[in-house]
Ligand binder design. Structure first.
Ligand code: PEP
Length: 262
């Protein structure tokens, strides 16, 4: 059975007590499903209290970012080393970090190494802008982002990471069409098969992110190679996020049943 991964990125929203309330509301609505892993990425500030609050059978935590050095004179930064007892996952290279905070390809590569060094599973975000898509450069952009980010990793390490395909034109705008996601996911797995090996390409989990809502879940889960979602805005609404988890679980159940009948 394929286990789906659903990650809520709360971005720069909710102070620690608001975050705690949201977790409480989510706990009331989200059941424990063996076939779905639900991950919450609150602000840095909320990670410590939420790590004590969450029911670990239901939720895991992710950081939205962290610095690539383990410690030192880096005022204002938090390292993966500091997060290792708190989070399972670390989002790396989100397009908002790349574009607003000028994180370049090499910085993303160094953060990938830092996460792995600290036994935190990276959720590497990749994706093209609207102009890049219009100019037919989607695959080239994915190629460059994957090539640098994965350059220091072994095939074994790549097999354990998560990659989120997040076209920038879709984030907070309009979800990509299943065909567009299919091409990007196939390209990503194909790249990993070519550069690393088939086993890594099969094992790596690939998510889609960009305006995911309960209505689009089934269409996107039908895309071969999609293992779940990275969700921004909709993850801040407990009802919508719980609906997404339930919709994914229903899809899993129907899919398993139809496979058994084959
Ligand atoms: C995101 O921030 O990663 C994201 C996918 O946002 P949204 O779901 O709001 O498009």
């Amino acid at each position: 059975m394929r286990k789906l991964l659903i990650v809520g990125n709360w971005k720069m929203h909710l102070n620690a007590s608001q975050a705690s309330l949201l977790v409480h509301r989510l706990s009331e609505r989200i059941k424990i499903h063996r076939d779905i892993e639900v991950v919450l990425a609150p602000s840095m500030l909320a990670l410590q209290p939420l790590s004590l609050q969450i029911d670990r059978r239901k939720f895991r935590l992710a950081s939205q970012n962290a610095y690539f050095h383990d410690e030192g004179a880096y005022t204002g930064e938090v390292s993966f080393t500091m997060l290792r007892e708190l989070v399972h996952y670390g989002i790396i290279g989100h397009s908002e970090r790349r574009h607003i905070f000028d994180e370049d390809l090499n910085m993303v590569r160094d953060k990938m190494a830092a996460a792995i060094r600290n036994e935190i599973t990276p959720i590497l975000c990749v994706g093209e802008t609207k102009h890049e898509r219009q100019d037919g450069e989607t695959k080239q952009v994915l190629h460059d982002q994957l090539m640098t980010a994965l350059s220091n990793l072994t095939a074994h390490e790549v097999g354990k990471i998560v990659i989120a395909y997040e076209p920038i034109w879709a984030i907070g705008q309009v979800a990509a069409k299943p065909d567009q996601v299919k091409d990007a996911v196939a390209y990503t797995r194909g790249y990993i098969a070519d550069v690393f090996n088939d086993s890594a390409a099969k094992k790596v989990r690939v998510l889609y992110g960009g305006d995911v809502a309960p209505e689009v879940i089934h269409g996107l889960l039908a895309v071969p190679g999609v293992d779940g979602f990275l969700i921004g805005r909709a993850s801040l609404n407990y009802q919508t996020f719980a609906d997404i988890v339930e919709a994914a679980h229903r899809w899993q159940r129907n899919h398993e049943t139809s496979k058994e009948g084959e």
